[in-house]
Design a protein around this ligand. Structure first.
Ligand SMILES: O=C(CO)[C@H](O)[C@H](O)COP(=O)(O)O
Length: 285
């Protein structure tokens, strides 16, 4: 295991904070009613920046979490939590024809982000609720430190997190191996040393995919570029019996309700803020 020195940790935290403070400054409005809050360590700085605006700004808003961790984060900051089912009851979720983008904005981190704003998410085990909240939002603003920025997914981050039913986990693992994944593993919780159980009572499989192998599979390839596409890999993995959701956020860039094709919905960010260790930032949209 590689251990980071205190100095390096501080620089990474400074980068995360820089991204989040700027993202809130540029995108947050006192007129918002519903705000989605993602999971992980970076998002804490978004919540901090929103709380710093004071109750006169935030007390009229409700904050929709993406799991137990973000629920606690919102609550601890003195903000009002509204879970997704309560949100849908409150807005009077109705039948066909409604746009279903009820949240004014959704902030969240990512494990890796590519040049087209596709993301890998789920390192923090919350990918399913994150995808639901993104789907219900007008726009997803992503915050990350600059280590997460790559041209193509699976460059530095090597695996796709996949949420699966516990009873089908072994079947899914075998199907992923058939798809070319190298040693997909059921994630172990560092705190219990047994299988990690998600907020939805499922397991996670972390599936490494060598990109050379993905690029050799005709059905995953964009013929114009000769490279695998995040949409095609998502659809392929989603088709495995026992998979609840895949930690690839792809599809069209907002509005989130746009449907890109069978099984692929627009859940990826409209803009990314990459924080730098010197406290600066860059954006990508
Ligand atoms: O997808 C996620 C949780 O499921 C997180 O957004 C992702 O893992 C990034 O986490 P961190 O901000 O701690 O680097």
């Amino acid at each position: 295991m590689v251990t980071k020195g205190v100095g390096e940790v501080n620089l990474i935290e400074a980068a995360k904070r820089a991204a989040c403070e700027q993202a809130v400054k540029d995108n947050f409005s006192p007129s918002f009613k519903y705000v989605g809050i993602g999971s992980g360590s970076t998002i804490a700085y978004v919540v901090e920046a929103i709380a710093a605006l004071g109750p006169e700004v935030s007390s009229s808003m409700k904050f929709v979490p993406t799991g137990a961790g973000s629920t606690k984060l919102i609550r601890d900051a003195g903000l009002t939590v509204l879970q997704v089912p309560e949100l849908l009851a409150e807005v009077g979720f109705s039948g066909p024809g409604t746009n279903r983008q009820y949240l004014d904005i959704y902030f969240d981190g990512a494990d890796e982000v590519d040049a087209e704003l596709n993301c890998i998410k789920g390192g923090g085990a919350c990918l399913f609720q994150e995808k639901v909240v993104s789907r219900l939002s007008k726009k997803f603003i992503c915050v990350a430190d600059s280590r997460k920025k790559v041209d193509r997914l699976l460059t530095n981050w090597t695996y796709i997190p996949i949420e699966v039913s516990p009873i089908a986990a072994e079947l899914v693992r075998q199907a992923l191996t058939d798809l070319g994944s190298k040693d997909p593993v059921i994630r172990i919780s560092p705190s219990t040393a047994t299988y990690l159980v998600t907020d939805n009572h499922n397991y996670l499989i972390d599936a490494p995919f060598p990109t050379l192998l993905l690029n050799s599979q005709a059905e995953l390839i964009d013929p114009a570029k000769g490279l695998w596409t995040p949409d095609a890999l998502t659809a392929k993995i989603r088709g495995i019996l026992g998979v609840l959701e895949v930690g690839i956020f792809s599809g069209p860039t907002g509005p989130q309700a746009t449907v890109a094709g069978p099984g692929v919905e627009g859940v990826k960010p409209v803009k990314i803020y990459f924080g730098k260790p010197d406290g600066g930032f860059e954006t990508q949209e």
